[in-house]
Design a protein around this ligand. Structure first.
Ligand SMILES: [Zn+2]
Length: 81
């Protein structure tokens, strides 16, 4: 399965805790490649990763690029066991 790209970040791996029935995703940690500065950044809840209704916001720890990511990207990610 292709890794989801959000435009600013290529998500390498994500640690999805749960997705609620209303599609609110809870991601505890994620590794993403920042396409702005080329670094791979690891984020976790409260540290570069903010949960929002319907998605999360990733902040690159190197260059500060931020992007909201829809929780729909993770619906596929959780189907892997
Ligand atoms: Zn960056």
């Amino acid at each position: 399965m292709p890794m989801p790209s959000t435009g600013l970040f290529n998500i390498k791996s994500s640690d999805v805790a749960s997705i609620d029935l209303d599609n609110e995703v809870r991601v505890s940690a994620m590794t993403a490649e920042c396409l702005s500065c080329g670094s791979t950044t690891g984020v976790e809840a409260g540290k570069g990763l903010e949960s929002l209704p319907g998605g999360v916001v990733i902040t690159c720890c190197e260059c500060g690029s931020r992007q909201a990511v829809s929780s729909s990207l993770f619906s596929g990610a959780t189907s892997r066991s």
